[in-house]
Design a protein around this ligand. Structure first.
Ligand SMILES: *Cc1c(COP(=O)(O)O)cnc(C)c1O
Length: 413
C-alpha cells in the first residue's frame, strides 16, 4: 500500500509545462475607482505595493461600468428588492427585472424574444448544445476562429460539424454544398473577432444561408452597444439583423455589467428555454444586475455619440502607434492589437509597462491566439485621453528599442 498516486505533483507538473512555454498566467490585482475610469489602483505581487495605473485592456469598452445611469439603476433595485433573485427562472427566480430586460434586448435586435443566461459563455455553450437536441441530424458549420464557448457547445452536442477557414465564404459554400440539401444546418460565427479586430461579412453569410437552407447563429459579444445606430451590433450597422436567426450577446463587456443572452423568434426561444440545462438548472441573475444592464442597454440605444467617440479614439491610437513604427495588426474595429510574436517578450513588455510606466495591458498568449502571434491588445475607450495615448506610445517606443522587438515591416530595432 505504499505506491499511492501523487496528485499534488501531477498538478505542479502540468503547470510547469505552461511555465516552460513562457505562457504561465499571472492575474493583475486591480481596484477600479468609481468615476475615474480608465484609472485604477494596481496591487503588486507582494500584496503591499500599490500604484495608480491606466487600464488599457478592459472590455468595459464604453466605460458603462461607471455610468451613473447604470449605477443608480443598480442601487435603486437593491433598495427596492434586495440582493439575489431567489431561485432558478422556473422556481421563483423570474423577477420583473428579468422580464423587462428580455423585452429590451429583443427590441435591440429586432427579434420577437430574448433569453437571459448567467454569462455570454453559458449562452453560447447552452444554446449551441441544445439546438442539437431540438434538431436531430443538425449539421453545424463553424468559423475556425470561433470563441471557446461556441466550440464547447458544438462539441457537447456531438453532432456532425464542419470548420470553415476563418471568414472564408468560398470555403463555407463548398462545405454547405457538400452536405445533404434536406438536412437541418446551422452556420455559427462572430461579427467582431476580438483578438484580431476583423469583422465578418454578415450579409455574405446570410446569402449563403438562404441559398443552402441553413440557420444562422451570430455572436455579437464584441459589438453589442458599440456598432449600429442603436448599439444593436454589426448586424444592425450592416442592415442584416432580420437575416440572422439567433443573435447572441453579453451584458458584461460594452454594457458594463454581467450576463449573457440570445435573441430570436418566439418558437426558437421557447424551445431553448424548455430544453437548455445551462439555463434551467441554475440560479438566475440578481435583479440589481439585470436592472443595471437594462439601464445600460436603453441608455446606449439613445447615445450614438458615444459610439462615434469610441471609433475616433481607436483610429487615433492606431495612427499614433503606426507613426512610431510599432506593428499594429490590421484591425478594422475598436480593437488595437500590437504584434510581439513570442510569449516571453510579450510578458516582459507587459510587465515593464505596468511596473515602470503605470500602463496595464495584459499579454495575450496561446491558446487564446495561435503560437507566434502573441500580442498586446489595447482597447481604447471614449475615456482614454490624447495625453494617455502619448504616454503609451512613448513607453512602447522605449521598450521596443530596449527589448529589441520587431517593428513595422518586420525589422528589429
Ligand atoms: C467574452 C466572450 C464571450 C463570453 O461572454 P461572457 O459574458 O464574458 O461570458 C463569448 N463570446 C466571445 C466572442 C467572447 O469574447
Amino acid at each position: 500500500m505504499d505506491a499511492k498516486f501523487d496528485y499534488q505533483s501531477a498538478f505542479a507538473a502540468a503547470v510547469d509545462q505552461v511555465k516552460a512555454e513562457g505562457r504561465y498566467r499571472v492575474f493583475a490585482d486591480i481596484k477600479r475607482l468609481r468615476g475615474q475610469f480608465p484609472r485604477a489602483i494596481w496591487t503588486g505581487p507582494n500584496g503591499l505595493d500599490e500604484r495608480e495605473v491606466v487600464v488599457w485592456c478592459s472590455n468595459d469598452y464604453l466605460g458603462q461600468g461607471q455610468n451613473p445611469v447604470v449605477l443608480n439603476a443598480m442601487h435603486d433595485a437593491i433598495d427596492m428588492v434586495g440582493s439575489g433573485s431567489g431561485g432558478t427562472r422556473n422556481i421563483s427566480g423570474t423577477n420583473h427585472q428579468h422580464v423587462e430586460l428580455e423585452a429590451e434586448l429583443a427590441d435591440l435586435h429586432g427579434k420577437e424574444s430574448a433569453l437571459l443566461f448567467t454569462s455570454g459563455y453559458v449562452s453560447n455553450e447552452a444554446t449551441l448544445e441544445t439546438l442539437q437536441t431540438v434538431l436531430p441530424g443538425l449539421i453545424i458549420f463553424s468559423d475556425a476562429f470561433n470563441h471557446a464557448s461556441m466550440i464547447a457547445g458544438i462539441r457537447h452536442g456531438g453532432c456532425e460539424k464542419h470548420v470553415w477557414r476563418h471568414n472564408d465564404l468560398e470555403h463555407l459554400e463548398a462545405l454547405l454544398k457538400a452536405a445533404p440539401a434536406d438536412a437541418p444546418k446551422l452556420i455559427a460565427f462572430e461579427s467582431v473577432y476580438s483578438m484580431d479586430g476583423d469583422i465578418a461579412d454578415i450579409n455574405g453569410v446570410a446569402d449563403l444561408a438562404e441559398r443552402y437552407g441553413a440557420m444562422t447563429y451570430l455572436d455579437e459579444v464584441h459589438a453589442v452597444g458599440m456598432y449600429g445606430p442603436r448599439g444593436g451590433g454589426v448586424a444592425e450597422r450592416d442592415g442584416a439583423m432580420a437575416r440572422i436567426d439567433i443573435i447572441e450577446g453579453t451584458l458584461g463587456k460594452a454594457f458594463g455589467v454581467m450576463g449573457g443572452y440570445i435573441t430570436g423568434s418566439a418558437p426558437l426561444i421557447d424551445a431553448i428555454r424548455s430544453f437548455a440545462s445551462g439555463f434551467i438548472f441554475t440560479t438566475s441573475l440578481p435583479p440589481a444586475l439585470t436592472a443595471g444592464a437594462r439601464a445600460s442597454v436603453a441608455w446606449l440605444k439613445a447615445h450614438n455619440e458615444v459610439r462615434v467617440a469610441h471609433q475616433e479614439r481607436a483610429e487615433r491610437l492606431k495612427a499614433m502607434l503606426r507613426s512610431a513604427g510599432l506593428p499594429v495588426m490590421p484591425s478594422v474595429s475598436h480593437i488595437v492589437p500590437v504584434l510581439v510574436g513570442d510569449p516571453v517578450h510579450t510578458k516582459l513588455v507587459s510587465d515593464m509597462l505596468l511596473r515602470d510606466h503605470g500602463i496595464y495591458v495584459q499579454p495575450i498568449n496561446y491558446p487564446t491566439v495561435p503560437k507566434g502571434t502573441e500580442r498586446l491588445r489595447f482597447t481604447p475607450t471614449p475615456f482614454h485621453t490624447d495625453e494617455m495615448m502619448s504616454d503609451l506610445v512613448r513607453a512602447m517606443d522605449k521598450l521596443w528599442a530596449r527589448c529589441n522587438v520587431k517593428r513595422m515591416g518586420g525589422a528589429a530595432a
